[in-house]
Design a protein around this ligand. Structure first.
Ligand SMILES: *[C@@H]1O[C@H](CO)[C@@H](O)[C@H](O)[C@H]1NC(C)=O
Ligand SMILES: *[C@@H]1O[C@H](CO)[C@@H](O)[C@H](O)[C@H]1NC(C)=O
Ligand SMILES: *[C@@H]1O[C@H](CO)[C@@H](O)[C@H](O)[C@H]1NC(C)=O
Ligand SMILES: *[C@@H]1O[C@H](CO)[C@@H](O)[C@H](O)[C@H]1NC(C)=O
Ligand SMILES: *[C@@H]1O[C@H](CO)[C@@H](O)[C@H](O)[C@H]1NC(C)=O
Ligand SMILES: *[C@@H]1O[C@H](CO)[C@@H](O)[C@H](O)[C@H]1NC(C)=O
Ligand SMILES: *[C@@H]1O[C@H](CO)[C@@H](O)[C@H](O)[C@H]1NC(C)=O
Length: 466
């Protein structure tokens, strides 16, 4: 019992530190209703019940909400929910049962804390499947308690799902601190090294090869690495989520998207230690609105073209967003030597507060200082900044366009861009290298370095067509 209380106190402290408070009630953890069960005998009982599908007993109650959801509560399937017991098997059993019916809901009830190991939840499931997270769900804490046999790349994976809804008033608590403090991590290791050898740590939630996915309302915090990642997906709808981890937690991107198209991200709040939203290769038709980022590294397209790879990103709209106290605002980052293109990107009505590098295109992205310049590059074309206002941290110039030597950026449009120092002297020094575009209204600070017209692209066009 002493150990149990110890671990619960620790969780309380972490929740006190984080700011997943878009809805103050959301991250609250209630300990008073903890129930202790004999999990082994419970599991046996549940196995017996499962063998009699589809029964009409208490595991399959119809919910009172409209429609005909059939609720499968992990507590009824043998989960203990004391924050300490490994409830993985109960979650797998519940998944199996809820997934196999039409309109199944896997319920993670409030008032309980569940610890489960790295798990792949595979579909397809029956239509109308819902993962209802009302309680707290956690991975084992830190690398030392991570089972050897489990993937250190990812914690929960939802694979081959179609039409799944992940929602609830609950919290995913990543317990990331011990991962952030690994000596090989940037910012945090004793010597702040990025070169300390293997530095695996798990992405918390990954949706893989899935379509029509809705992620709504949940609070996700303190991930060891990325909080949520979508790859190989289509039709993704994110709405009203809160993501939170400390400013100095390395690589904790909020929402990462790659090889995924038709995504909406609306009305969400993200504070973390890396990109608020990051958009990787193979992403298109993405609509981001009403997001508050801060502290974070801002909204990033990239990094793209690493190790001479091809990257294609197109048709991204970022609208009505606030970025505060962040290391970057709106960033496009590509490595030297890539191929492909970034096109049709619109940033519209963005408010910045105390942000370094408010507007930045960096085609010389590099972790060390030792990257050599190469002749190929990801072509950056058609980037529009409209109504981008607010304040910058004077340690960096607020506008910085560093385009490739050989492949200039083209069709960069600026309109109603007005950025003032948050504190201190104006940094009246916008930078443009090899950047073509137009200023439709005078920017603050003024930019005189944009080149007019169209450059002659030196290389065959095919390299840039995606
Ligand atoms: C289902 O309903 C019965 C009777 O109303 C109740 O006793 C039982 O706890 C319910 N089970 C679940 C999983 O909600
Ligand atoms: C997408 O999923 C939602 C929720 O499950 C469902 O209501 C909707 O019909 C699905 N849309 C398509 C186009 O399949
Ligand atoms: C950090 O640097 C110090 C001094 O250079 C060195 O003694 C120590 O071994 C380094 N620690 C790690 C984990 O690399
Ligand atoms: C751009 O993406 C939006 C969805 O965000 C979509 O409705 C629109 O058709 C796309 N435009 C093109 C030209 O693909
Ligand atoms: C953005 O917020 C405004 C104001 O709350 C709201 O009217 C609008 O519907 C939101 N946009 C989206 C896409 O949800
Ligand atoms: C790469 O090119 C840029 C722009 O011409 C230049 O400023 C930079 O010094 C070059 N870097 C190296 C390592 O040659
Ligand atoms: C310039 O880029 C914008 C999108 O940012 C696009 O709407 C427009 O058509 C482009 N103009 C040209 C001449 O390609």
């Amino acid at each position: 019992m002493g150990v149990l209380i110890g671990s619960l106190v620790r969780i309380t402290v972490m929740v006190g530190v984080i700011i997943c408070t878009a809805d103050p009630g959301k991250a609250a953890i209630h300990f008073h209703k903890r129930k202790h069960r004999a999990s082994a005998s419970r599991s046996a009982h549940v196995d017996h019940q499962l063998s009699q599908l589809p029964p009409t007993n208490s595991y399959y109650n119809k919910s009172t909400s409209p429609g005909s959801a059939i609720v499968f509560n992990v507590m009824e399937m043998g989960a203990v929910g004391d924050g300490k017991t490994d409830d993985t098997q109960a979650f797998k059993d519940t998944w199996k049962a809820a997934c196999s019916v039409e309109s199944g809901t896997l319920l993670v009830p409030s008032d309980n804390i569940f610890t489960i190991r790295s798990t792949i939840f595979s579909g397809p499931c029956g239509t109308g499947f819902v993962f209802q997270l009302d309680g707290v769900l956690m991975p084992p804490e830190g690398p030392d308690s991570w089972p050897e046999s489990d993937s250190k790349q990812q914690w929960l994976v939802f694979y081959r799902m179609d039409g799944m809804v992940f929602t609830g008033q609950g919290t995913i608590e990543g317990n990331g601190e011990k991962w952030w403090n690994l000596p090989c991590k940037p910012h945090k290791g004793p010597n702040g090294s990025t070169l300390g050898g293997p530095c695996e740590s798990p992405t918390m939630i990954r949706f893989f090869m899935s379509s029509n996915i809705t992620l709504r309302d949940v609070c996700i915090e303190n991930s060891p690495r990325f909080h949520v990642k979508f790859d190989g997906c289509e039709d993704v709808h994110i709405e009203g989520v809160s993501i939170s981890s400390p400013a100095l937690s390395p690589n904790t991107d909020g929402i990462h998207i790659q090889h995924t198209k038709y995504v909406t991200i609306y009305n969400s709040m993200i504070n973390n230690g890396d990109d608020c939203i990051s958009i990787g290769p193979g992403s298109s038709n993405i609509d981001i609105q009403n997001i508050t980022c801060g502290h974070s590294h801002g909204i990033s397209i990239g990094s793209l073209g690493v190790h001479n790879t091809e990257a294609c990103v197109s048709n991204i709209t970022v609208k009505n967003c606030v970025i505060r106290n962040s290391d970057n605002g709106l960033r496009i980052k590509t490595w030297q030597g890539g191929m492909g293109s970034v096109t049709r990107i619109i940033f519209d009505n963005i408010y910045m507060e105390n942000v370094r590098n408010c507007i930045i295109i960096d085609q010389y992205y590099c972790f060390t200082k030792g990257c050599i310049n190469q002749t190929s590059a990801v072509y950056v074309d058609g980037i529009t900044y409209t109504n981008v206002k607010g304040t910058y941290d004077v340690r960096s110039a607020p506008i910085h366009f560093a385009c490739s030597d050989t492949v200039p950026c083209t069709n960069i449009t600026m309109s109603e861009v007005e950025l003032l120092p948050f504190k201190g002297q104006l940094v009246d020094d916008p930078y443009c290298w090899n950047t073509y575009g137009v200023m439709q209204t005078v920017t603050i600070p003024p930019i005189s370095c944009l080149r007019q017209g169209k450059p002659q692209l030196l290389r065959e066009h095919s390299v840039y067509t995606c």
